[in-house]
Design a protein around this ligand. Structure first.
Ligand SMILES: [Zn+2]
Length: 190
């Protein structure tokens, strides 16, 4: 892994609760750890790895459940203690421009996996090296992972996963088909 630059730690009050934040720069990508001040006191903190989704996180898109998952994760972690890692791998790491192209293909009737394939990508291009690096900086070796995604569990090989906590969101008419594809083609537990 290339040299990672760290920011200082700052406080961030949010509508979900009080957090501390630290940014990690990996080449041109900047990731963010959002954590509770008791993180070092927890035997197995709850950890959510949230992949950036500009349309879902910032715009309230109903095409996916990312924004709702992020909000729920922040609510749970503010209360129980732990960390959200905001992983800047937009569009399952195909980037924003390619994601919008995939959305355009979906407008023509392709599903999320087929659209990625048509653009020459795998269904999921994410990597998790930076996640293990960030957790290592905090001395975290054992976590309760908040996820519906079995691949995420397999990718975090250096960690002891004490528990998997599913993150259930309510489907809406726009994302029901997308969630069904995640479940049937990508093995998500929903
Ligand atoms: Zn999304």
């Amino acid at each position: 892994m290339n040299k990672i630059k760290h920011s200082d730690i700052a406080t961030l009050p949010t509508k979900h609760g009080a957090f501390q934040i630290q940014a990690f720069q990996e080449n041109e990508k900047e990731h963010l750890a959002i954590f509770t001040s008791n993180i070092h006191d927890l035997d197995a903190p709850i950890v959510r790895v949230h992949s950036e989704c500009l349309t879902g996180d910032a715009l309230g898109s109903l095409k996916c459940d990312c924004g709702e998952q992020l909000n729920r994760a922040l609510d749970i972690i503010a209360k129980e203690g732990g960390m959200v890692i905001y992983h800047r791998q937009e569009g399952r790491n195909i980037g924003l421009r390619n994601k919008v192209n995939a959305y355009a293909l979906q407008d023509q009737g392709l599903d999320t996996v087929a659209a990625n394939h048509q653009l020459g990508f795998k269904a999921d291009e994410r990597t998790y090296g930076i996640i293990e690096y960030i957790l290592e900086q905090f001395g975290i070796t054992k976590i309760k992972l908040l996820t519906n995604n079995p691949d995420k569990i397999k990718s975090l090989t250096e960690l002891e996963i004490a528990e998997i906590i599913p993150l259930i969101t309510e489907p809406n008419p726009h994302n029901q088909a997308y969630l069904n594809v995640k479940k049937s083609k990508m093995g998500h537990k929903l």
